[in-house]
Design a protein around this ligand. Sequence first.
Ligand code: SF4
Ligand code: SF4
Length: 247
Amino acid sequence: MLTIIKNRLEQGYRTCNYPKEKPAVFPRYRGRPLIQKTADPDMVKTCADACPQNAIDVEKKKIDMGRCIFCGTCERISKGEFVQFTGDFEISTATKADLVTDGNLPSLAQHAKQHFKKLFGRSLQLRQVSAAGCNACEADLNVLATPFFDLARFGINFVASPRHADAIVVTGPVSRNMKTALLQTYEAVPEPKAVIAVGSCTLTGGPFYESPEITPGLDTILPVDLFIPGCPPHPLTNLHGLLTFFK
Ligand code: SF4
Ligand code: SF4
C-alpha cells in the first residue's frame, strides 16, 4: 500500500483529461483531411492516380475516409495545395456517406440514434471481433484500457462473451473464413444492440479492397451504427466515437 501511495505521489495523475481537454497528438499524425476546393484539377487527378486506395473523387474534390489509409501521398504530391491532413482526430461518423468529405463533417453528437444514449449512456459493454485484422486496429483499441485513456471511467468495458455485450466492435476486412464466426457473434448479442466498425478494412476492405477473399464493407452484412475511419484509427478517434455516439 505504501509503495502504491509513493508511486502515486511520484508519478501524479496520468489519465488524460479528454473529453474536457484535447490531448496533443504526435505532430506527424494525419487526421481530418482539409481539401482546397480551388486546387488545380490536373493536380487532383495526379493525386487520385497515385492514391493506392482509389479514395479520391476527382470531380467532387473529396476524399473517402472509409477507403483512405492516411498514407499522406496526396498531401506530399500536391505539397498541401490539394489536401492537408490536420491533427483533428474527431473523425467518426454515423453514416458511411458522411465519410466522403472535403473536410467538413456533420456533428456525430446529432446522429439519428439518440436512443442509444439512453440505453447505453451509463453502461456500455463491448465485445471485440477481430475479423482478420492485422492487429494494429486491435492494439489501438486495447490501449484504451490503459491508465492514460482509462475507458472504464466512462462505464465502457470490453467483455469476453457476446452474451454480456451491448455492441460488437469489428476490426479487419472480414475474411471469408471469419464471416460465419462474426455473424454468430452478432446473433449472440442480446437486443437492443449496436455495431461499431473500426478501421478502413472493416469500412471498405482497406488495403484488401476488391479482393474476393474479404467482405467489401461490414455494412454489406450487418447494420453498422458507428463508422470509425483510420488505418488504424488513433485511440483518441475510437474514444471520441464511443463517447460522442453513446454518452
Ligand atoms: S492519404 Fe488517403 S487519399 Fe491520400 S493518397 Fe493516401 S490513401 Fe489516398
Ligand atoms: S485498417 Fe489498417 S490497421 Fe486496421 S486491420 Fe486493416 S490494415 Fe490493419
